[in-house]
Ligand binder design. Structure first.
Ligand code: NDP
Length: 337
């Protein structure tokens, strides 16, 4: 029969691990829906630091693969066995292969977007928003009046952590957050942005001694928890900034992975060490629904705002990842297919 629809699409494909030049913009077979999956025509594609780990091989995926974690768009095909979605539904998905015109995703890794939330906001909210939410709720359950250290506070996850820590508005009273967020960032402009998003104090990590400033701010006691997505370069300053009985949450590797540690260092202050990954909070449909419901509710009541650094063309994914790794960005980076 005559084919009227194209069977290929544009995508960013990785065929071998390495640097930015391993991001190839090319034609790839357009996915079709298989059992328990849906195919989504993407309108907004998210960039995350984890994409650079997939590209470099720090977190290896089977080669070749299409880059990307989160994207949002409309369902164009529904596979056998999928009962909760239909063609035309607006969804955000986190099953991978996001840097493409179309993504096939397991239905359990997709969720409907409420009408009042745009594709760009849904994408900005997905991986980074859920990460921030699970960090403050579970990895370290932030309490009112806690002092919390947030590294890379002007980044994608960081700006959301600043807001969750402080600026939750109506809902904040209900859930009694209202913590004192101390945000670190590498420039004064980034520090200002972190403040505008709810950081009560900021530390310029290029010019100031983090642990010394934290000590001054907290009257010598230190923070209740450090939420550290920077990794290698900040582990020691996080540990030095945490108070007795405090919690170290190490959740990322922006500066490289944290080297193995001798657990006896925890005994110096009875520190609890936590190393979470978002996907373990989304392991069952019930858990995923709970976190998405809470996130969407916060957005709908205006308690969370997303700062979009820039929307790049899909073909410019190299430039986008380059800017992210060069620490030139704030908030969320998006790709437009
Ligand atoms: P960001 O937007 O925060 O970008 C990374 C930021 O880290 C930079 O802007 C920079 O801020 C800071 N940074 C410090 N040192 C370096 C360095 N050597 N190279 C690059 N950046 C550096 O990224 P994301 O919001 O996407 O992610 C933040 C962290 O959270 C990442 O480590 C990521 O892997 C982690 N993460 C973990 C998840 C999990 O499930 N565990 C889920 C999602 C994210 P500055 O210039 O101010 O220092």
């Amino acid at each position: 029969s005559k084919r009227t629809m194209s069977t290929t699409m544009k995508a960013i494909v990785v065929e071998e691990y390495g640097g930015l030049d391993k991001l190839l913009y090319k034609d790839f077979a357009k996915p079709t829906a298989e059992k328990d999956t849906v195919v989504v025509k993407n309108h907004s594609i998210g960039i995350n630091m984890i994409d650079t780990y997939h590209r470099s091989g720090l977190y290896p995926l089977p080669l070749p693969f299409i880059m990307g974690r989160d994207a949002a768009g409309e369902i164009v095909e529904v596979g056998e066995g999928v009962t909760n979605f239909k063609v035309g539904d607006r969804v955000v998905h986190m099953g991978g292969s996001g840097y493409a015109e179309f993504s096939q995703t397991k239905a359990v890794m997709a969720v409907k977007i409420p009408d009042e939330i745009t594709y760009d906001v849904a994408t900005a909210a997905a991986l980074q928003g859920l990460t921030a939410l699970t960090l403050v709720r579970d990895s370290y359950a932030v309490k009112k009046d806690d002092y919390i250290l947030v590294h890379a506070a002007a980044g994608g996850v960081g700006l959301i952590l600043c807001q969750l820590g402080k600026h939750l508005g109506k809902r904040a009273k209900e859930i009694k957050l209202g913590a004192h967020v101390i945000g670190t960032a590498s420039t004064d402009a980034k520090c200002e942005l972190a403040k505008a998003n709810g950081a009560e104090f900021t530390i310029n990590s290029s010019t100031e001694d983090i642990a010394k400033r934290v000590s001054e701010i907290t009257g010598g006691l230190g923070v209740h928890a450090s939420l550290d997505g920077v990794g290698k370069s900040t582990f020691d300053s996080s540990m030095a900034s945490i108070r007795r009985l405090g919690t170290m949450v190490s959740f990322g590797n922006a500066s490289g992975p944290v080297p193995p540690i001798n657990i006896s260092v925890l005994a110096q202050k009875n520190i609890k060490l936590m190393r979470p990954t978002l996907y373990n909070y989304l392991a069952t449909p019930e858990e995923a629904k709970r976190w998405f419901d809470e996130l969407f509710a916060l957005i709908k009541e205006g308690a969370l705002k997303f700062h979009i650094h820039k929307v790049y063309d899909l073909k410019d994914a190299q430039q986008a990842q380059s800017d992210l790794q060069a620490r030139l960005t704030t908030g969320k980076l998006l790709l437009r297919p």
